[in-house]
Design a protein around this ligand. Structure first.
Ligand SMILES: Nc1ncnc2c1ncn2[C@@H]1O[C@H](COP(=O)(O)OP(=O)(O)O)[C@@H](O)[C@H]1O
Ligand SMILES: [Mg+2]
Length: 273
């Protein structure tokens, strides 16, 4: 397992980041945020705000989507990430769990897990065994289903497998893209517990969620993205008390206007889906 960075070193620093798709579509503008070592940072925002784009920039997968960093910097400890090199990101300890729990449906649970961390090249068998052990301790249901085709798992189990596969690379920073999307409340609760547990084991987490209640209950700090820009940042508990977050993201209706704002949020979400 790679060594953890020193405690006083920020895990991730994004500075004034601009990202563009194709030649013209600006998806992020001057976005800055920090994920301090060992913390959980939540990134909230409506559909199309740029949350996934930020994770792609950090994990080096932008180019796969015809996107590019056009300004700004991404530092991870002493490594500079450029948005175009997923292997460099994995080697630095940064691993993304993509949205939509994309597991290999035709492969078994075990084969899916073994595909995690391939970018790290040849690893010692005991390192791989330790990573597997960690996954099975977190997700006992996967341990019971190692030979089952991933496509036959429930949605929640597939999300667990997607997270488990990422953990096989022994990340120091885990990027999670909407892990709760489309899951039953009980499973959302279970995913939240797992994120807490992974973090308690020393892995920093950048958590993208539309389920603001869940994300803010887990996070140390949080940022709200709106059409490509950071609109609000602060300690998660403080953000959860601000009117804008309550109205738009926690679904609390306080007086006139709130409902309209909520409806507007929903419509925007569908438009960009
Ligand atoms: N591959 C792509 N090509 C062109 N535009 C894209 C691509 N992916 C995302 N976008 C656009 O970038 C913006 C941000 O998208 P995204 O990061 O997926 O938002 P979120 O994850 O917050 O829903 C949106 O306007 C979206 O339409
Ligand atoms: Mg997204």
């Amino acid at each position: 397992m790679p060594e953890a960075p020193p405690d006083d070193e920020p895990a991730l620093q994004v500075e004034d980041l601009d990202v563009t798709y194709g030649r013209a579509v600006s998806a992020l503008r001057s976005v800055s945020l920090t994920v301090p070592h060992g913390t959980v940072v939540a990134l909230l925002g409506a559909n199309g705000a740029g949350k996934t784009t930020l994770l792609r920039a950090v994990s080096g997968t932008l180019r796969l989507h015809r996107g590019a960093v056009t300004a700004g910097r991404i530092h991870y400890g002493t490594t500079e990430l450029d948005g175009r090199d997923p292997v460099a990101a994995v080697r630095a300890g940064v691993v993304q769990v993509p949205e939509g729990r994309r597991v290999f449906a035709g492969l078994t649970v075990d084969e899916n897990l073994r595909s995690g961390g391939l970018g790290l090249g040849r690893r010692r068998p005991d390192q791989v065994a330790r990573a597997r052990e960690r996954v099975f301790t977190l997700f006992p249901r996967l341990a019971e289903r190692t030979r089952q085709a991933a496509g036959l798992l429930s949605g929640g189990e597939q999300q667990m497998l997607a997270i488990g596969r990422a953990l096989m690379a022994a990340p120091r920073l885990l990027l999670l893209d909407e892990p709760s999307l489309g899951l039953a409340p009980q499973m959302v609760h279970r995913i939240a517990e797992v994120v807490r547990e992974i973090n308690a084991q020393g892995t920093a987490v950048l958590l993208v969620e539309q389920n603001a209640g869940m994300a803010l209950s887990l996070a140390d700090t949080a940022h709200v993205l709106e059409v490509g820009e950071v609109r609000l940042s602060g300690p998660a508990d403080e953000l959860a008390r601000t009117d804008a977050v309550k109205r738009l993201y926690l679904g609390e209706t306080s007086g006139e206007g709130a409902e309209t704002a909520q409806r507007a949020g929903t419509t925007e979400g569908q438009g960009a889906a």
